[in-house]
Design a protein around this ligand. Sequence first.
Ligand SMILES: Cc1cc2nc3c(=O)[nH]c(=O)nc-3n(C[C@H](O)[C@H](O)[C@H](O)COP(=O)(O)OP(=O)(O)OC[C@H]3O[C@@H](n4cnc5c(N)ncnc54)[C@H](O)[C@@H]3O)c2cc1C
Length: 383
Amino acid sequence: MGNKEALVIGLGITGCTAARMLADSGYTVTCFERASHVGGRLFEDVRPNGIRVQVYGPRIFHTDNEAVYRFLMRFGAFYPYRHRVLLSFEDKTVPLPLNTHSLEVLFGENHAHQLLIRLQTYFPGKKRISTDELIRSTDKMLIDLGRFMIDNILTLRVNRRSPGSFIPADDSYKNDAMIDIGTDDCYYEDSIQAMPMQGFMPLMESMLAHPAISVYLNMDALSRISILENSAKILLDGVPFNGPVIFTPSIDRLFDYRFGAIPYRATKVAFQDFDRDFCNESAVIFTPKDPECVRITESKQITLQDIDGHTTICTETPYHSMVKAHTEPFEPELNEENLALLGKYMDLLQNCSSLIPLGRMALYRNMSIAESIEQVMQTIASL
Ligand SMILES: Cc1cc2nc3c(=O)[nH]c(=O)nc-3n(C[C@H](O)[C@H](O)[C@H](O)COP(=O)(O)OP(=O)(O)OC[C@H]3O[C@@H](n4cnc5c(N)ncnc54)[C@H](O)[C@@H]3O)c2cc1C
């Protein structure tokens, strides 16, 4: 097995993937996870009624990258899963991304017909058209459609990728900002859309089940590692550690918040159990106009669990901004100020090439599960 050693900090999907790939490449891997369980934002639990839920809200696996899917399938079986989202608008519910049917219900048949002709004329051969493209067109009807989407759909979750863009920065949400010129009512278009048969937790646990991987839960890595800035060395329990250190939490704490805590966006997730088979028509109902709740998820429709007479609903509050040191950040809040702050911390890492920040919070980038895995694959291959 050789004597190469590596550390992995944080055991969300990024850390679990990194640990396994390092072990597969001959490293002896020590992992520190602050929580009492692995999983990070993909953590799952079982409700008293037996229904498995994703504790931080729904995460759906979707990718065009076959290598990522092949890697995951080594650790558990998947079922094909087409994710369907409904938009709740006034007293109507329509498929999201908006499709032909949605336009008819929202605007009436005549107006929808006019819109479709214009969409097809203006964007020949395109299946999905973004809000950005609509508002940049020169057709008033299409610009109005784009404005409708900005005012009524992209209201709470909008997280601009760059000035002037209304497409959510998170790839998993970009279809909120799309129009489908057809009857496709599937949220994602990726060639691979699937969910793990037993959930993400057994998958991640199975990744870590390798003789060269040691896992320490309830272990704040920062009580064990530190950076000797002058010599750019990493110390583990006070002793220089020479192997790669994959670091997945937010990097501000690594430097004791020297420039201040990097802000993040947070949401509250709540669950309610019901004694009936199903509550909703769809796995997710998106409620962008509701000031209290941004989306409602019925876990059973995603997990495909066969439990009669019981169901569980998950609601998520709109995002709010947080600047709080010593908490577990939820998701990046992308704006120029925050990215500049991140840049200052990244500069401190310049000389310390053995510490490799990876994942959603360390890199402060919205990444899907598949993108996180893809990035780990590239990094480990380059070591
Ligand atoms: C609202 C929302 C919806 C999303 N929906 C989707 C979706 O539908 N599909 C999709 O593909 N992706 C989705 N994503 C993205 C997906 O959730 C993330 O890409 C993935 O979960 C990130 O994993 P990670 O390992 O990078 O980070 P995390 O899961 O945050 O893992 C970081 C780990 O580090 C640990 N840690 C923190 N500090 C320390 C410390 N000091 N010492 C040791 N350990 C520490 C934490 O406890 C945690 O376990 C969504 C994300 C959000 C926020």
